[in-house]
Design a protein around this ligand. Sequence first.
Ligand code: PLP
Length: 394
Amino acid sequence: MAYDPIPLLDLKAQYRSIQDEIEPLMCEVAQSQWFIGGPHLEAFENAAADYCGASHAVGCASGSDALLLSLMAFGVGPGDEVICPSYTFFATAGSIARLGARPVWVDIDPVTYNCTGQAVSDAAATCTSLKAIMPVHLYGQAVDMCNMLTAAKEAGVPLIEDAAQAIGSRDACGKPTGSRGDVGCFSFFPSKNLGGFGDGGMITTNNATLAAQLKRLRNHGMEPKYYHQEVGMNSRLDAMQAAVLNAKLPHLDSWAVGRSQNADDYDRMFHAAGGGDTRSSLNDVTLPILTPARPASPSKHVFNQYVIRVPAAIRDDLRTHLNEKKIGHDVYYPVPLHAQECFKSLPVVSLPNTDQAAAESIAIPIYTELTAEQRARVAETIIEFVRTHVPVGA
Ligand SMILES: Cc1ncc(COP(=O)(O)O)c(C=O)c1O
């Protein structure tokens, strides 16, 4: 039987719904020939700061640069330590290592996939040159910021939120991601909930002095023109990206509602088949599939990814099966950062929750435009496979 492919993400479906808004803006930027800085950037930075509940937003060239610029602003350099999770995209720790500093790994909480304030405090107690902490709001779910802020305060170091995957999410106090740390770092990579037409990033902060420094750092540390107080880099958000992002921003909340409703539907189907959520263990449910446990209101998950867990013994066979059925999926992340070749020289640490999540997790399509029929096909395909391949002893 021939199957229509269901991609992990269908950007064209979103584009069709906003094409009429976006294309005139792109023409306008082309006709203005004002590509760097200018009114679109300013309008986007103001709107994005407002959306994120922060006083300032500084556009830059990528989420990776947002992290790098933030670390530079806090003076992180050779020999310094920065606490971050190992279960995240490479850029989190890559930005630390690029400045000659050392990532200090913390394990994740298996229920949320995020690191906790307690784990960060425990790691901070082992550090001798701690310079910052950098938790990650993974998959679109906010870190428990109250405890994280306490951990940062006790350690006496800045809190850099890696919010690359989580624009629009809210923490347990209902506060937007990127509004409470010293800085919040966002990515506008096309697959993010607010995706540009190329690379882009942003830093939010409530500190005017820091915002001014970040604006200098993204422009070679230059102010005024051709005078350099410090060494920065070329990392600007161009006008075309700013115009596109500004047009997409008002849609972001309704897109997140669509993702959340898709998640509800998946939860319902997996639970009806005997699965549970990440508050359970795979051994404790009738069918070994765990959906992401939902944070209680006013917390808000924006589902940049919908990640389920299945027994490690069948995860990769399930991937092969989904490929055969033309169902998009991916694993975020199959090799945690502490196990990466380039970080082998760092102290060996035990991160059991991270290792287990890397072996069991699999992300499935969650984008807003996914139809009920597509969701049912994804869930039924997975349920059927897991039912017939449950490993002995599970
Ligand atoms: C958690 C996390 N941090 C940082 C980044 C880097 O963002 P960018 O790809 O825009 O450089 C990403 C992007 O995937 C990410 O997921």
